[in-house]
Design a protein around this ligand. Structure first.
Ligand SMILES: *Cc1c(COP(=O)(O)O)cnc(C)c1O
Length: 225
């Protein structure tokens, strides 16, 4: 773990590296709430968490104007705990989950932002919509939503040193985003977010058109798994 007093400085460095218009999610999963507090006091408001129980715990200890983004695989039996707390679920990877988030949001009278997770990496995650299937099925998937605002897509590049492969993955995500934005979502200005890029590949992601990077390690140091 890095000293907690370094976090404000590291956050500042990450913010300076962002291209204009790119939003920062501080990925605080597995880090103690004292670390989040340092980032909060340095001005950060959007935090990313990947486990329901951890989110609930931290939410109770952090100021109420924190904007939580859920970025991990989400099971429907966790929605009652998670949906009241989050502004955006970035990791919507099945129609079943999307429908369940919609139903729970309607039930509690809120609109939840979602990003559709798109799977382009070679091997890294089994989660996410296939790009072709998403483009084909977007109308069926999204036409009856009442409690959800589809804000864009989220994806991860292959975890490799092969920069060309990483670029190709991000370009594919950008293509899916642009196609949806010019097509099904053409009259929906809320569809504005292309969430791609983490600590090690965010410069490439931003060069490929990312509007939101999710940065953990470069702000908070290594996680203990
Ligand atoms: C953990 C995680 C990140 C942050 O990764 P770092 O390499 O620590 O910046 C970003 N996105 C998702 C989906 C994650 O699970």
């Amino acid at each position: 773990m890095i000293p907690i007093s370094d976090i404000a400085h590291r956050l500042e460095g990450v913010k300076k590296s962002l291209l204009p218009g790119v939003n920062l999610v501080a990925v605080s999963k597995y880090h103690p709430v004292e670390a989040l507090r340092q980032a909060y006091d340095a001005g950060q408001r959007i935090f990313g968490e990947s486990r329901a129980a951890e989110l609930v715990q931290k939410n109770a200890l952090m100021p109420s104007d924190v904007e939580w983004h859920f970025i991990g695989h989400l099971q429907t039996n966790k929605l009652k705990a998670v949906i009241p707390l989050v502004s955006v679920v970035q990791s919507v990877d099945t129609e079943h989950l999307l429908q369940a988030i919609d139903a729970e949001s309607v039930r509690i009278g809120k609109t939840t932002g979602v990003l559709l997770q798109v799977h382009v990496a070679a091997e890294e995650s089994k989660y996410g919509f296939n790009p072709d299937e998403l483009l084909h099925n977007i109308e069926v998937l999204c036409s009856h939503l009442k409690g959800v605002s589809v804000r864009g897509i989220m994806g991860m590049a292959t975890n490799t040193d092969d920069i060309e492969r990483v670029k190709a993955d991000f370009k594919m995500l950008k293509y899916v985003f642009d196609t949806l934005k010019a097509g099904y979502f053409r009259n929906n200005p809320a569809f504005d977010t292309l969430s791609m890029g983490m600590s090690h590949d965010r410069d490439i992601a931003m060069a490929c058109g990312s509007t939101m990077v999710r940065v953990g390690t470069d702000i908070f140091g290594d996680r203990e798994y």
